[in-house]
Design a protein around this ligand. Structure first.
Ligand SMILES: NC(=O)c1ccc[n+]([C@@H]2O[C@H](COP(=O)([O-])OP(=O)(O)OC[C@H]3O[C@@H](n4cnc5c(N)ncnc54)[C@H](OP(=O)(O)O)[C@@H]3O)[C@@H](O)[C@H]2O)c1
Length: 429
């Protein structure tokens, strides 16, 4: 199927030019990752096209990292659509996941006589040598498919419109939703799903034209509009990620090239369909179309406020690609409940403040267990700091709590152009 793109009143409109198609045979199509964001929509599209879906995921009983049970479910399958995913952004973990899953799937497909493997990848993943760790995993996945034993179709898509919602789920810290500075040309996941099913119905085609949405947007702005429309709590703050990966997000490397197939709807139209709003309404519907739930705030993202969860907090940020590391010094011990909670909040606020000022450099968090106190330090630098209005208020709450406990807190620019928050709280026996 193709798409017609036309400029009307300065706005690019994209419509499908596909005639209603009838397929001679009913196919059995397996969807690896068929319970995920795009996977659920692929499963719906497979049914709509009058084929039989076979959903493969851990929640349907198959872990593709082990492959146990895969041979049985692939029996009689004509094509496999792979839309599995890992939330890890580290290169090593991402490469391990995509290689293991892909090689396991392809070997099982070969044994079962499946003659078409369809895989979804991402526009722009090879625009730098190393780049974003996750993209290295996607490159490894593409490579395994291209070198593998099963004829394939491979399509790359830009970020989904649904990515705006995933930001609220994955990168919320305290009152902030941290969104990388990114230019994107988002596409509705339902359109991607439709394209994947079209490919599965045809003969293996190798790498086909990329697909993208009709408009170039700024990711943080999409997240803001989504949050407003869905009534989600959290202030969206842009974070400029360091290194070539951050540069790639900002410089347009993730946008579609001229040969890409553009498919609507644009974000504003999609958002209206999901929430009954163009981004301004305060009263969203509880459930959007296409099975994407619209959740009222707040989403359950933060761990319990205790320093024993510091690793979990920082790991969730690292998983989302945020440039921060954690060091824990001294002997970790149980702290009085109130001290523990206030120290964790200071860590959380410090991380929020520092990450929103990183401007392309790495941040560090340190928790020090001293004999009679606990110290929390979050810093980045050297670099340029960016004062942001409205954040001092949340810090002043922490300041009052810490002072009440006899401690001290300070935050501000450092001599080398960095930014540091440091808090010390006594720990009475
Ligand atoms: N998000 C975007 O904007 C975007 C854009 C372009 C391309 N893509 C690509 O689209 C694909 C799907 O992304 P998504 O955002 O839809 O993913 P998602 O919502 O995270 O869903 C991932 C799916 O994979 C399954 N899965 C994960 N680990 C598994 C395992 N070990 N064994 C079996 N199943 C497993 C999950 O089900 P269980 O948890 O039940 O196992 C789930 O069904 C990814 O490859 C991604 O790179 C995404």
């Amino acid at each position: 199927m193709g798409a017609i793109a036309a400029q009307i009143d300065g706005v690019l409109h994209v419509m499908s030019d596909a005639p209603a198609r009838q397929y001679a045979r009913r196919m059995r199509i397996a969807i690896a990752g068929g319970t995920g964001t795009v996977g659920r929509l692929v499963t719906d599209a497979v049914r709509r096209h009058d084929h039989e879906p076979v959903v493969i995921s851990r929640s349907t009983g198959i872990d593709l990292l082990t492959g146990e049970g895969l041979d049985t479910v692939l029996d009689g399958v004509h094509a496999v659509i792979d839309v599995t995913n890992t939330t890890s952004m580290s290169a090593a973990a991402s490469i391990r996941f995509f290689q293991t899953v892909t090689q396991g799937l392809l070997a099982a497909e070969q044994r079962a006589g499946v003659h078409h493997h369809v895989v979804l990848s991402i526009v722009g993943i090879d625009s730098t040598e190393t780049g974003y760790g996750y993209y290295q995993g996607k490159r490894a996945q593409e490579h395994a498919v291209q070198e593998g034993p099963v004829p394939f179709s491979l399509v790359r898509a830009t970020q989904f419109h649904e990515f705006a919602r995933q930001m609220f789920e994955r990168v919320k810290i305290g009152p902030f939703v941290l969104v990388p500075t990114m230019r994107t040309q988002p596409i509705a996941a339902a359109e991607v799903a439709e394209r994947l099913v079209e490919l599965a119905e045809g003969a293996p085609a190798g790498r086909v034209a990329d697909i993208a949405g009709p408009r170039v947007e700024r990711m943080a702005e999409l997240a803001r509009r989504y949050g407003r429309a869905a009534g989600l709590a959290g202030r969206v703050v842009e974070v400029s990620l360091p290194g070539s990966a951050g540069h790639q997000m900002r410089d347009g490397s993730l946008l579609a090239g001229t040969s890409a197939q553009l498919r609507g709807p644009e974000f504003a139209v999609w958002l209206r369909e999901q929430t009954g709003s163009g981004g301004e309404a305060k009263t969203p519907r509880q459930v959007g179309v296409a099975g994407i739930p619209i959740v009222r705030a707040p989403l359950p993202t933060a761990p319990e406020p205790s320093l024993s969860n510091a690793r979990e907090l920082i790991a969730s940020l690292q998983t989302a690609g945020m440039p921060i590391t954690l060091t824990i010094d001294g002997d970790e011990r149980r702290l009085p409940v109130h001290v523990d909670e206030v120290a964790f909040r200071a860590l959380q606020e410090g991380v929020g403040l520092v990450l929103t000022r990183t401007r392309g450099v790495d941040a560090t968090a340190i928790v020090r267990y001293l004999p009679h106190a606990v110290e929390v330090e979050v810093a980045h630098g050297p670099g340029r700091t960016t004062p942001r209005a409205g954040q001092a208020a949340s810090l002043s709450r922490s300041r009052a709590e810490i002072r009440r406990l006899g401690g001290a807190i300070g935050a501000g620019p450092t001599d080398d152009g960095g930014f540091r928050l440091s808090a010390t709280i006594p720990t009475p026996e």
